[in-house]
Design a binder for this molecule. Structure first.
Ligand code: HEC
Ligand code: HEC
Ligand code: HEC
Length: 90
């Protein structure tokens, strides 16, 4: 009985962490960037940002974020490309 409960809790936990929030706030000292995960993950493959394997945490730095986010917006001529369109001061 105890074992069953542990498994149920484990399942609930892994199911919960597999779903990303609709919007993710990426903190930056020059203004936080609100990233709409739902909009992005509906219109493109997970792999584009998460690479091969199971999607999870993405380590973004200034350079990797700009290369990933900004370059795609420039290439597709869609989405923000100006500093203030992504970085919002509170
Ligand atoms: C345009 C880029 C992009 C696409 C496409 C994308 N993601 Fe993400 N995803 C992110 C970013 C950025 C984060 C937040 C990263 C962080 O805070 O570590 C994130 C976070 C996540 C997380 C939460 C990770 C954690 O531990 O907090 C999961 C799970 C996830 N994504 C799954 C998916 C799946 C599944 C798909 C495809 C349906 C997908 N993502 C498509 C960029 C993307
Ligand atoms: C492979 C292409 C691609 C990548 C990578 C990508 N985007 Fe976008 N993004 C788009 C497109 C296309 C739109 C326009 C969607 C629309 O208007 O329907 C967009 C729209 C946006 C918008 C404005 C609309 C909204 O969702 O509020 C923001 C902000 C944004 N992206 C932030 C980011 C950030 C931050 C990252 C990196 C973590 C990122 N994007 C990565 C393609 C991309
Ligand atoms: C498409 C959205 C987007 C645009 C446009 C953009 N940035 Fe960023 N920027 C990001 C993201 C996402 C991060 C990474 C946040 C993180 O580390 O989680 C970032 C990180 C940074 C950082 C590092 C902040 C810190 O706390 O370490 C600086 C500085 C910065 N950007 C400046 C700029 C400047 C200046 C411009 C205009 C020339 C610009 N950004 C345009 C999305 C954008």
């Amino acid at each position: 009985m105890k074992k069953m409960l542990t498994i149920a809790l484990l399942l609930a936990f892994t199911a919960g962490t597999a779903i990303a929030a609709d919007t993710v706030v990426l903190t930056a000292k020059n203004g936080d960037v609100t990233f709409n995960h739902k909009v992005h993950s509906e219109s493109m493959d997970c792999k584009v940002c998460h690479g091969d394997g199971k999607p999870g945490k993405v380590d973004l730095t200034k350079d990797t974020a700009h290369a990933l986010c900004k370059d795609c917006h420039v290439k597709k001529a869609a989405g923000p490309t100006k500093c203030g369109e992504c970085h919002k001061k509170k």
